[in-house]
Design a protein around this ligand. Structure first.
Ligand SMILES: Cc1ncc(COP(=O)(O)O)c(C=O)c1O
Length: 303
């Protein structure tokens, strides 16, 4: 993502509109490029950036909109694309959690000017170490990313940019290549598990994930909301169930960003959601019995 932002010419003095309800790796590269992340509140159903609030955040310094397809659900790329085109700013997708996801029948990573994927081991398509990829629609931007990735080289020992050593390790590439043909089956399994969780939790007092009708959600995470989070986490832990919180502290409340002067930023939806979310176990190999066990443990707290 750092290389994508640099390739798009983003640098000191620029602003990039994004979400605070995400992993810090969404904002870090904006800061490393010397630009300023501008956090916009999320939609309360999808937990993704709310396109209705994006336009108000645009200033003459805005250079890009950077939505995150959080938990594997595509952000509303149609309205975001329209706003980006109207204001002539880049649309760069954080698709780290969304390999295989679709928006109106088109793959995430094929709609923005650039899109960034993560193959961190815990991702839907995970390497055995760190790896990632950038895709996009703009050939010149992609060529620039490729050059920056490989020391700015034009030939073996000729360099016309000051680049980086950010090539994917060949060993990781080999592992990803072996795993890639299975991705579709794994995605189908995740989606089936989500449907089963939804059924089993339908009439209990938790909010199950909303799946927007024109997307294909790939359920990197299955995240519910509960007003009884502390009790829920304790109970799940006591039953041997690994539950998590993605993410407990929104980026504008992180010490790293408070130091940068974000103390006055208020994002009410983000802050409320961050206090209620619980991620239940989600991976392709889950069995029906395991999902039933988790769902009944959730019901014991939520009623
Ligand atoms: C939403 C999001 N963006 C960016 C990243 C960064 O990916 P990586 O760890 O491969 O740099 C991650 C995961 O780590 C993520 O979940």
């Amino acid at each position: 993502m750092h290389l994508a932002l640099l390739a798009a010419g983003i640098g000191p003095g620029d602003q990039v509109i994004t979400t605070a309800h995400t992993f810090i790796a969404t904002a870090e590269p904006i800061s490393h490029a010397g630009a300023m992340p501008v956090f916009v509140d999320i939609d309360p159903q999808t937990y993704n950036i709310d396109p209705n609030r994006v336009e108000d955040a645009i200033t003459p310094r805005t250079k890009a909109i950077l939505p995150v397809h959080l938990y594997g659900q595509p952000a509303l790329l149609g309205p975001l694309r329209e706003i980006a085109s109207r204001y002539k700013v880049w649309l760069i997708e954080d698709a780290a959690q969304a390999v295989g996801a679709e928006y109106q029948g088109r793959r995430c990573g094929a709609i923005g000017d650039l899109a960034c994927f993560s193959f961190y081991p815990g991702k839907n398509l995970g390497a055995y170490g760190d790896a990632g990829a950038v895709t996009g629609n703009d050939e010149s931007l992609l060529a620039k990313v490729a050059k920056l990735r490989d020391h700015g080289r034009t030939t073996k020992y000729e360099h016309d940019e000051i680049g980086f050593g950010e090539r994917m390790d060949a060993l990781q590439a080999a592992i990803l290549r072996a795993k890639l043909p299975h991705l579709e089956d794994w995605t189908k399994a995740r989606r089936a598990h989500a449907r089963l969780y939804n059924e089993l939790l339908a009439d209990c007092d938790v909010v199950t994930p909303f799946e927007s009708p024109d997307v294909r959600h790939v359920y990197h995470l299955y995240v519910i909301r509960t007003s009884r989070r502390v009790a829920m986490l304790e109970h799940l832990q006591s039953k041997g169930i690994g539950a998590g919180i993605h993410y407990p502290i929104p980026l504008h409340r992180q010490p790293a960003y408070l130091k940068q002067g974000y103390g006055d930023v208020s994002l009410p939806v983000t802050e409320r959601v961050a206090g209620e979310i619980v991620s239940l176990p989600m991976y392709p190999e889950l069995t029906r019995e395991q999902i039933e066990y988790v769902a009944s443990a959730v019901r014991e707290v939520a009623g």
